[in-house]
Design a binder for this molecule. Sequence first.
Ligand code: PGA
Length: 249
Amino acid sequence: MITTSSRYAPTRRVFDTPAAAAVAAADVVTKLVAERDQPVITFPTGSTMEGLYAELRRRVTEEKLELDQVRGIQLDEYVGVDDETPESFRAWLSDRLLRPAGLDRFLRLPSLAPTPESLGSYEASLAALGGVDLAILGIGGNGHIAFNEPGSPADSRTRVVQLNARTQEANRRYWGDPTAVPSEAVSQGIGTIMEARAILLIATGPAKAGILADAFEGPITTEVPASILRGHPNVTVITDTDAAAKLRG
Ligand code: PGA
């Protein structure tokens, strides 16, 4: 699918530093939690999110922000990992957000041994929660959102995906044994993500500048999965100045 213009213009907010971007992202979460009973929020992993989760933890301890009513949703996970796998996304997120924030209602992906039935019941559980109020996303250097690599269909659902070499390489730093990075993951599909009522994409650092410009000012194409987000009416992109450096508009 390739078109030349966007149907919607995402709201862009550029901040001087990654820390200021993290505070702005935490404000979005805090506002939703204040306004909505039992909000459903998709939480990603990745180094971009460290600042957001640190700020949310700070608000929980210092400002009495309560996240225990939040329904957390897992966005992606390696195939074959379990609770004992320290490199799992679930373990990463537990350490940084779920445990410190007392956020224990968390819908997990069926990553241990995914089947069409278990993947379907994950999507059914999402629907039973009433859908996602806010999907928080990072963006990969190749434009992926969650583990939807370039070429993923715009209407894809939650499924098993192959990780391409670039993504495996990017994730090697998290694994004690770098040869052990799984080659498969379970990921919400682009179509699943697009059903969220609001989407917040966060990108920081100069390494994201080129792909951010491709995604939000280049053609809308499945070769840059994040560009598909321009078909969604309620997307906010929060960046620091380094990541925004190649955006013209
Ligand atoms: P990063 O990952 O935050 O570690 O750069 C983002 C992503 O791959 O979605």
